[in-house]
Design a protein around this ligand. Structure first.
Ligand code: 6PG
Length: 254
């Protein structure tokens, strides 16, 4: 199932996603006493984290029952300025009643990145309940999208874009000249809920293509291959990102 939510501005869509985010966490904890969450790096997700943190004082979300994982990570130590874990810790986790033992950083600066990715996948299996297909089923995976159409660290034309067995993998990203660790499509598309949050006119053309107007998109744009097998995909856009696709903003509910 897919829902596209459009709001006039980045601030409005970020506020809207805050409400959706909290609602999914509340529903997951009510139904299963836990919520398995995977977070993304980048400037767009960072603004969401800042908005969630700002609202935490009046927020009854059961954050202490949330397990926090990371959908991708750069090959840097956790205290490095480029670390997704470090950014999420500073902008969100330091402000919420999340148990430190429930935060699971990706070991993307390990010497043997392949072994570290396999270890993280095993750790996910130990914490996140598996679905009927034997794949761990996250309650909520947040994704941003790069202007080239990548999600997590699944970049076009890389091994991660064609991987069908591994759930977490290390890969070299030629366009960056660096290694990354990332969830693969198999793990992402097993989730109950996926929120793809995209803002800004620089991504409008890719948004138009991933929304199905370009059959070639699935081959070249990883974001076009985000389709939960038995879950809900919420594509959250501000009007500048939605405009090329001919989508108009609706009024917010948050
Ligand atoms: C990363 C992210 C990446 C990001 C998108 C959106 O490690 O960079 O996980 O997938 O979410 O590229 O980033 P921006 O919002 O900064 O464009």
């Amino acid at each position: 199932m897919r829902e596209v939510v459009v709001r006039q501005t980045e601030q409005e869509i970020t506020q809207e996603v805050c409400g959706i985010f909290r609602g999914i966490i509340r529903e997951s904890v009510e139904e299963r006493k836990t919520c398995s969450l995977s977070l993304a790096g980048g400037t767009t997700p960072r603004k969401l984290y800042q908005a969630l943190a700002r609202g935490c004082a009046v927020d009854d979300t059961p954050w202490s029952d949330v397990e926090v994982f990371f959908g991708d990570e750069r090959d840097v130590p956790q205290d490095h300025v480029e670390s997704n874990y470090g950014m999420v810790q500073r902008t969100l986790l330091d402000h919420l009643p999340i148990q430190p033992a429930h935060v699971h950083p990706m070991p993307a600066d390990a010497d043997d990145l392949d072994a570290a990715a396999a270890g993280y996948e095993q750790h996910i299996r130990e914490v996140v309940e598996v679905g009927k297909d034997g794949i761990p089923r996250f309650d909520l995976i947040l994704l941003g999208m790069g202007a080239e159409g990548y999600v997590a660290s699944i970049f076009p034309f890389t091994d991660a874009a064609t991987e069908e067995e591994k759930l977490v993998m290390a890969c070299f990203v030629p366009v960056l000249g660096r290694k990354r660790m990332t969830f693969t499509f198999s793990l992402i598309n097993a989730a109950r809920h996926i929120i793809l949050l995209v803002t800004g006119s620089d991504k409008a053309e890719v948004v138009d293509r991933i929304l199905g107007r370009d059959q070639e998109a699935r081959k070249t744009l990883p974001a076009a291959r985000i389709a939960p097998a038995d879950g809900k995909l919420i594509i959250a856009l501000d009007y500048p990102a939605a405009r090329a696709a001919g989508l108009k903003p609706e009024r917010g509910t948050q």
